[in-house]
Every structure is written in structure tokens, then in C-alpha cells.
Design a protein around this ligand. Structure first.
Ligand code: NAD
Length: 488
């Protein structure tokens, strides 16, 4: 084990008082490459630092434009060090270096967009019920935020939270995933380097105990969580004890729908990228496909051929297209769900096994046919490279099938009929619809799910709402004119 990292609290590294530690494993080599703190008691220390920064520190009185300047400086530092950050991220979660590099380089654009929001937070003057009163609202920061982050895109998903909360004037205690704890610490180091005051960004690494300490902390004003539905319910229950509100960005079982008039080549590429990019370990994985009967044989043949050609290997190699599952537990879950699908009658058209040469955590790109909406593989999130394919004949039928899911994160529609594309967007019960494209995300586009995929939004101007609250101010201008014993 080569490196040891402490928590980042109050602008510097702080060793865990309990001495609690945990390793972080490189999923490609299987080696523990670093050790981080794992001490739930550190959460309280971090919350006190964040509270002080929010109420007494320079952050509390800093002009919005100065907050924006710091955010942009952090973005520039992240771009400067994008290669180093991407290497650490790939080492931690096995995601291919092409994507971790692109994600590290995109952070600056997200921070820049939200920096632009910092000095545009306005209330409004309200029409008063009487000329004697001036009534207005102010939008004020929510306070100390607890952010809990998953392992699949650690830096990006952390930035989706940081952009709006910093612009709003909040401070934060972040818990990165126990599988990918290091890059959040690297970001916080850079925040201090560019001039962020102590306590604004605190990072407490560790496992479920640290997450639980954040969810149940009475002095956290809002939780923002990205992760799985089971964990989300633990978090929401603990937060409810303190009436702490939460944003929940959860999983999905997103349908990709191919109509008979679709551009078959583009749709095949979209299906492949939707499910096999990041080894299927993305919340928006297009994991169930509904293909019109007229083109189904052709598309399946193309998909099987292309899935067999995907280059798997060392994720830090620029030529690699698919890396390993992020952990042994993740690989075991993927394989057990493939076995369960076979027991329910699925046919394995491609993959279905660990790569015979690479072994370990490399699950081959998997395509399953002979499934329907009653199968667990069509209803449950795998979070791995497994595509379940079904056929349909009629638009109304496929809308019903696509919406027959507990989840509602995203959907892809492939058609050359412009009216049908928009009609489908209207009918699909999901937070994002992609038409003739898939897996686009951006700082300016609100992102979040319907149904069991969560509530609240990351990204877009709307993301600011989670970290602001409205204060109403009444001013009497002329002197008392009403009965003080009667409300009005
Ligand atoms: P997870 O729910 O296992 O963990 C998420 C975070 O919660 C981690 O930091 C984890 O350590 C922490 N945690 C674990 N137990 C906890 C507890 N009892 N209390 C508080 N925190 C606890 O999810 P994961 O495996 O890290 O990520 C995969 C999931 O995240 C998938 O379901 C995926 O779809 C979802 N996801 C959603 C989005 C989105 O924006 N909608 C984005 C990426 C991932």
C-alpha cells in the first residue's frame, strides 16, 4: 500500500481520532493502492467546521462575485491537473482513462456555469395588499449541506453538487464512496490552494457508518444523495428524524426504443454506448431495449457482432473501451443476475461470463434475448454490461412496456419520424428523454429521475433551488393602520 490519506477538514488533512482506516482497491490489479480514514465521529468535527464557515467565516460575508471567482479558480486548477485526477479516478474505480480524463476536464465548465449563477440570486418585490407595506422576498442559502456520493463517476457527481451549493453560499461535508474516496480529497486540496476559506468544503471518507453519521446529523440543513435506492431509504429515514430535507438521485432501468424507421447504424451505436460505456456502471445505462419487429433481427445481429469486438483490458490504456467491474461485489452481483435471467428463460446471445483471458472482474458485454417485462433482468437495475432485448410491433404497446417500471430516470427513442419522437417524449414517464442520441448530460440541463429514481434535480438553473430558501420580509411604511389583534 503506497499512500495514506486523512480526512480534509477545516482546510487541511486531519487524522481520524479513532485511528479508523480502510483500504481502497484498484479493481484492475486487485491491489489496495491507498488507505483512507474511516471514522464516523469525524463527521461531527467536519459539520462544526462547515457551520463556522457558513456563519462566522469569510465565506458568510464574501460578495457573490468573489465566491464565483474562487469557483472558477478551482475549475482551472482541476483542468490543470486533469491527467493526475483522471489517473487516480481510474485507479480507484476502473473506469477507462478516456472517460475519466474527459470527466476531469469537464469540471471547469460545470463550476463556471454555476459561478455565473452566484450573483444572480434574486428575490422579488411582491404586490402589497396595502400601500402601507413593502413586502419582498430574499433567496438565502440553506446552510450546511451533507453530500453523499457514489463510486461510478466520483468527481463529476461531486461537482454536480458543489456547483450549485457553493454558488448559493452554502458550505458542505462530503462523503465520497468507500470504493472511490481519493479524488474528492484531491479536489478539496485544490480548493484550499486557490483560496477557499477553511471549512467551506470538508471531505470525510469511510463506509456506511460515515454516511449514516451525515444522514442523522442534526446540524446538517440539507442532504444531497446520489446512489442506490436501498441506501437512499436509510438516508431518508435518518434525515426525517431531524426533518432534514433531501435531494435523491437514484438508479434506473432505462429503456431504449427503436422504431422500424430508425437509422439502424446510429441506433446500434447508441444502444452499445448506452449499455457498455463505463461497463454498464452508469445510472442511465440503457439496459432494456425494445426493438420493432421489422428491424429486430438485423439490429440484434449487429449488436452481437459489435459487442464481441469491444476491447477490454487495462482501463489506464487509451485503447481500452471497457474496463472491469468496480469491485468483486459488483462483479458477483452482475453474474448472479445473469444466472437468474437464464433460470427465467433468457437466451445468452453474447457474453454472460467473465472474460476467459482477462478473468477477475472483467464481465464480457452481455446481450440477453427471450425475456419479457415480467423477468427480473428487465425490472431490476444490474449496474453492469447487461442488455435485455425485447421486440414490439405497436407504439402504444411499447409506451406501456417502457413505463412498466418502478424506475423513471431516462429513456432513448430512435426514429426518423419527428412527430413520433416528440410524442414519445411526452408519453415516457422519465426525467430525461434522448431522441436519436443517448447519455448526453450537461451543466445546463436539469438531471434527475421520476418515481423510484429519486426527487430533486442536479444541474441546470433548477439545481440551485435545493440549496436556497425563501425569506419573506414585511415592512410597515407609514405607521400602524390595522387592528394588531387580528391577523392580516
Ligand atoms: P450506494 O447506495 O451503495 O452508495 C452511495 C453512497 O452511500 C456511498 O458513498 C456509500 O458509502 C454511502 N452509504 C452506504 N450505506 C450508507 C448508509 N447506511 N447511510 C448513508 N450512506 C451510506 O450506491 P453506489 O453503489 O455507490 O452507486 C451505485 C448506485 O448509484 C446505482 O443505483 C446508480 O444507479 C446510482 N447512481 C445514480 C445517479 C443519478 O444521478 N441518478 C448517478 C450515479 C449513480
Amino acid at each position: 500500500m503506497s499512500e495514506t490519506f486523512d480526512n480534509w477538514i477545516d482546510g487541511g488533512f486531519v487524522a481520524p481520532a479513532s485511528g479508523g482506516r480502510m483500504p481502497t482497491i484498484n479493481p484492475f490489479s486487485g491491489e489496495a493502492w491507498a488507505e483512507v480514514a474511516d471514522d464516523p465521529d469525524a463527521v461531527d468535527v467536519a459539520v462544526r467546521s462547515a457551520r463556522k464557515a457558513f456563519e462566522d467565516g469569510p465565506w458568510a460575508t464574501m460578495p457573490a462575485r468573489e465566491r464565483a471567482r474562487l469557483m472558477r479558480a478551482l475549475g482551472a486548477a482541476m483542468t490543470r491537473d486533469a491527467d493526475e485526477l483522471a489517473q487516480a479516478e481510474t485507479r480507484d474505480n476502473g473506469k477507462i482513462i478516456r472517460e475519466t480524463t474527459a470527466q476531469a476536464k469537464s469540471i471547469e465548465s460545470y463550476l463556471d456555469f454555476f459561478a455565473g449563477m452566484a450573483d444572480k440570486i434574486t428575490g422579488e418585490q411582491l404586490p402589497s395588499p396595502s400601500p402601507n407595506f413593502l413586502v419582498y422576498t430574499e433567496r438565502v442559502p440553506k446552510g450546511v449541506i451533507g453530500a453523499i456520493i457514489p463510486w461510478n463517476s466520483p468527481l463529476s457527481l461531486l461537482t454536480w453538487k458543489l456547483g450549485p451549493l457553493l454558488a448559493a453560499g452554502c458550505t458542505v461535508v462530503v462523503k465520497p464512496s468507500d470504493i472511490t474516496p481519493v479524488t474528492a480529497l484531491m479536489l478539496a486540496e485544490r480548493a484550499t490552494e486557490v483560496g477557499f476559506p477553511p471549512g467551506v468544503i470538508n471531505i470525510v471518507t469511510g463506509g456506511a457508518g460515515v454516511g449514516a453519521a451525515i444522514s442523522s446529523h442534526p446540524d446538517i440543513d440539507k442532504i444531497t444523495f446520489t446512489g442506490g435506492g436501498v441506501t437512499a431509504k436509510h438516508v431518508a429515514r435518518a434525515a426525517a428524524e431531524n426533518l432534514t430535507p433531501a435531494v435523491m438521485e437514484l438508479g434506473g432501468k432505462s429503456p431504449q426504443i427503436l422504431f422500424g424507421d430508425a437509422d439502424v447504424e446510429a441506433a446500434t451505436n447508441g444502444l452499445l454506448a448506452g449499455i457498455f460505456a463505463a461497463s454498464g456502471q452508469t445510472c442511465v445505462a440503457g439496459s432494456r431495449a425494445y426493438i420493432h419487429e421489422d428491424i429486430a433481427d438485423e439490429v440484434i445481429a449487429r449488436l452481437v457482432k459489435r459487442a464481441g469486438e469491444i476491447v477490454m483490458g487495462d482501463p489506464s490504456d487509451i485503447a481500452t473501451e471497457m474496463g472491469p467491474a468496480a469491485s468483486d461485489a459488483q462483479r458477483d452481483r452482475i453474474l448472479s443476475m445473469i444466472e437468474a435471467a437464464k433460470d427465467e428463460g433468457a437466451t445468452v446471445a453474447a457474453g454472460g461470463v467473465v472474460d476467459p483471458e482477462l478473468g477477475g472482474r472483467f464481465v464480457r458485454p452481455t446481450i440477453l434475448t427471450d425475456v419479457d417485462n415480467t423477468c427480473s433482468i428487465v425490472q431490476e437495475e444490474v449496474f453492469g454490461p447487461v442488455l435485455a432485448i425485447m421486440r414490439f410491433t405497436d407504439e402504444d404497446e411499447v409506451v406501456t412496456l417502457a413505463n412498466d417500471s418502478d424506475y423513471g430516470l431516462a429513456a432513448g427513442v430512435w426514429t426518423n419520424d419527428i412527430r413520433r419522437g416528440h410524442r414519445m417524449a411526452r408519453k415516457l414517464d422519465v426525467g430525461t428523454v434522448w431522441i436519436n442520441t443517448y447519455r448526453n448530460v450537461s451543466y445546463m440541463a436539469p438531471f434527475g429521475g421520476f418515481k423510484q429514481s429519486g426527487y430533486g434535480k442536479d444541474n441546470g438553473i433548477e439545481a440551485m433551488d435545493a440549496f436556497l430558501q425563501t425569506k419573506t420580509v414585511w415592512v410597515e411604511l407609514e405607521g400602524a393602520t390595522r387592528d394588531p389583534f387580528v391577523i392580516g
